[in-house]
Design a protein around this ligand. Structure first.
Ligand code: ATP
Ligand code: MG
Ligand code: MG
Length: 569
């Protein structure tokens, strides 16, 4: 991995290492703990942690907690759990809020150097003064305050003397810049609100660009990878890093050194890549939160959600998600990834690793009339057709079975290869049966098939070679365990639910059929599994025992994906 290009970011890292510009690559994954992670974040995680791992570097998990009020410790725990589930481990767990004292000293330094000032304009006035892309901004009447006055006002902001929103600290850059982000952006605002990490210690909070750039420099980050929408912010990122210049101002890091933290600041470099967008999905924490708040799903971990915890509960695998990220690669080209690609990666991973089981989701009774009433056998089945190391299991076989209702047709459509009146079919692992009689209930619905088993066709005998068109799966009616089976489909029924250009709302496109619950039957070896065990139920798809609700005596399975792509609408 470290010798070829693979993508432009890995090439930059390789060049920086080769030229000695960096001794060790350090990255970070910086989520804001205002929600749980979604499939889009998985791209950033695979990149940030993946690059560190491949190049012998370090990657921090940094909680970007500069927005109190929206953030919650439960999200912090969830984020940690999800990153680990995806298969990554951080070197240090950091919080932007750990650096509040450093940010404050850095702000004082900028003020002292005439690079920042306290502004009394309201948020609305500031917007009006900022100008537009075609019209330059106007300087605030407070822009030329003296250093002494700015220092005094900023210290009093910090002391809590002023009301929320009454003043801000702004960088003094260029009100005529073609880049709106450089027209004296705010660095600090007053917000008297408790913070999940620092409590009531701070009545002022740093703005994202300032906090993010300095956090990177403090942690010695070499390559700060982020999504394309921050491209326009890069000049501000560089301005913050270079104006504060932590590398040459170790005194600013005293608050951390006092806590015995070994700090080796860097001059980090921001590199942007395109976001992951997925068809039939939403990748916005705000909207995912709205689905939860409106009760359209059962929580952040609902298997219909494309949060990592939702996908996990659905039965998607970390290996399958990582495979998708590897296949997609990294570029600066924005695009929408077809949901089918994700499903295919999950299928590929599960095909390799998931043991096989038999289950029947829409049962029809099948009675083998030429077996005695009390007939009972324990058949040995391989758990995986291509991987012997997964071993074998016994499957109980008896006279009365459940088969899938759709594996029988009284009037077969063209090309039907399964059971028909008078016809033959192979029962998986057993032998060939012939349908002798079709019984119906009072309503005229088929209620039972009576068949004979050709004894010469039993598995292992030479007669088993005899060709029949179809093979179907089954479970023994007496031994099977009743299971709740949750069948999931895509949460949105249009490829671009976010596209509201036709006047529709993304909420109009929620697929009401994305969850269906049926009562099925599973073989005993499927029921007796731990929660969160992945299986292929033969011919039906990939399933997982629900990590919260499954019990061996009351099994609950979720369908992750069907065996083939069946989405057609
Ligand atoms: P949202 O808009 O859903 O709130 P965000 O970008 O605000 O997402 P953060 O918690 O700030 O969420 O994201 C942490 C990291 O994950 C950032 O570096 C961000 O660029 C990256 N990220 C977020 N969404 C995606 C995505 N769809 N594709 C790739 N990376 C993403
Ligand atoms: Mg963000
Ligand atoms: Mg966000």
């Amino acid at each position: 991995r470290t010798d070829g290009p693979r993508d432009f970011i890995r090439q930059i890292v390789r060049d920086d290492l080769a030229a000695g510009r960096v001794a060790m690559v350090r990255t970070r994954f910086p989520p804001e703990p205002n929600g749980y992670l979604h499939i889009g974040h998985a791209k950033a995680i695979c990149l940030d942690f993946g690059i560190a791992r491949e190049f012998g570097g370090r990657c921090n998990l940094r909680l970007d907690d500069t927005n109190p009020g929206k953030e919650d410790p439960a999200f912090v725990e969830g984020i940690k759990e999800d990153v680990r589930w995806l298969g990554f481990e951080w070197d240090a767990l950091c919080h932007a809020s750990d650096y509040f004292e450093v940010f404050y000293l850095a702000a004082l330094k900028l003020i002292a150097e005439g690079k920042a000032y306290v502004d009394d304009l309201s948020a609305e006035e500031m917007r009006a003064y900022r100008g537009t892309l075609t019209e330059p901004g106007r300087p605030s009447p407070w822009r030329e305050r003296s250093v002494a006055e700015n220092l005094d006002l900023f210290r009093r902001m910090r002391a809590g003397e002023f009301a929320d929103g009454s003043r801000t600290l702004r960088a003094k850059i260029d009100m005529a810049s073609g880049n709106l982000n450089l027209r004296d952006p705010a660095l600090y605002r007053i917000r008297k609100i408790a913070h999940q990490n620092t409590g009531d210690a701070w009545p002022i909070y740093p703005m994202y660009d300032f906090a993010h750039a300095l956090s990177d420099a403090i942690e010695g980050i070499t390559h700060s990878l982020c999504t394309l929408e921050f491209e326009d912010h890069r000049p501000l990122y560089d301005w913050c890093v270079d104006s504060v210049d932590l590398v040459h101002h170790p005194e600013l890091l005293e608050p951390l050194r006092r806590q015995d933290r070994d700090v080796q600041p860097s001059r980090p470099r921001q590199i942007e890549f395109s976001r992951l967008n997925l068809s039939y999905s939403i990748t916005s924490k705000r909207k995912l939160a709205e689905l939860v708040a409106r009760g359209l799903v059962e929580g952040w971990d609902d298997p219909r959600m494309n949060t990592l915890r939702g996908l996990r509960r659905r039965g998607f695998t970390p290996g399958g998600i990582r495979l998708l990220m590897e296949r997609l690669g990294v570029s600066k080209q924005n695009s929408v990834i077809d949901y089918t690609l994700l499903e295919n990666c999950i299928r590929e991973d599960l095909d390799d690793h998931a043991p096989r089981r038999m289950a029947v989701l829409d049962p029809l009774k099948l009675v083998i009339v030429n077996l005695p009433e009390d007939h009972e056998e324990a058949l040995v089945f391989a758990n995986h057709p291509k991987d012997e190391s997964l071993g074998t299991r016994t499957v109980p076989f008896a006279r009365e079975l459940w088969i899938e209702r759709e594996d029988f047709a009284e009037v077969p459509p063209k090309g039907f290869k399964r059971l028909v009146p008078g016809g033959e079919v192979r029962l998986r692992g057993v032998g060939i049966v012939q349908c002798e009689e079709v019984r119906k209930d009072a309503a005229g619905r088929v209620s039972e098939l009576r068949v004979t088993l050709d004894p010469a066709s039993r598995q292992g005998l030479p007669g088993a070679e005899r060709k029949v068109k179809g093979t179907i799966h089954w479970v023994s009616a007496r031994h099977a365990v009743a299971a709740e089976v949750r069948l999931y489909d895509r949460l949105f029924n249009v490829p671009a639910p976010d596209d509201e250009s036709d006047g529709s709302s993304w909420l109009d496109h929620v697929n009401p059929e994305a969850k269906r619950v049926v009562q099925g039957w599973v073989e005993p070896a499927a029921a007796q599994c731990a929660p969160e065990t992945h299986f292929q139920f033969e011919r039906l798809g990939y399933f997982v025992s629900d990590r919260l609700d499954h019990r061996a005596d009351a099994p609950v399975f979720n369908r992750a994906v069907t065996l083939r792509d069946t989405w057609a609408r």
